[in-house]
Design a protein around this ligand. Sequence first.
Ligand code: NAG
Ligand code: CU
Length: 226
Amino acid sequence: MCPVSIQTVTMHAKSLLLLAFPLVAHAHFILRYPTPLGPSAANQETAPCGGYSFSESSPVTNFYVDGDAVAYSSSHPDVHVLYRVVEGNKADGNGLKWDQAFPIINQFGSGDFCEPHVTVPKSYVGKQGILQVIQNAVDGMLYGCAYVKFVSGKQPSLPDLCKNGTGVTAELSSDASLQALMGGTETSGTSAPSPTSSPSSASFHGFSIVTCIVAATVALVFNMGL
Ligand SMILES: *[C@@H]1O[C@H](CO)[C@@H](O)[C@H](O)[C@H]1NC(C)=O
Ligand SMILES: [Cu+2]
């Protein structure tokens, strides 16, 4: 992935890189709002809810169907994200009827991110269900879920957890793997502007170049300092 120059780094630079990158790679994302089924990202590659499932002690958060916040903190600076909901307390198994709750986005920058206008069909009002966030990240699909009670109207005051870190942004996008989970079509395109023209491969390519520049800079600093 990186140019050959990376292989010429000193032992010191190598050990620093070995130290730094796995930390970034394994932190994944932490769903912050609505309150997630569980707090750890350790098994986040495990579908459908990152190793967690509903239990009698699961937290329940009211979720306003006409617009509510979904907030997470993410370590990956370039991810595609799907937000969807299902009625009931199970997120796996065949025959579940998922509804997409926001157009697929491409989110850039690592840190806090909050989408304050996630919407759910009005038919959910009065029901309970699971809100699932799936990130298609550089290390694969990552899953987080929250158990929610759907209520009518719009979230009157955004939770404190709903904030964007400095330089964290997003744009509407598309993602074949995420769309395949919804049956292969854009199911939430009614109010969405058309997706941007930059495919995910270009973004990942850009990201790997940045990674390599950072790595090369680290290597250079160590070579000069020793
Ligand atoms: C965070 O950024 C996204 C996209 O850039 C924006 O739509 C959203 O409103 C922002 N969230 C907050 C809480 O400002
Ligand atoms: Cu990760």
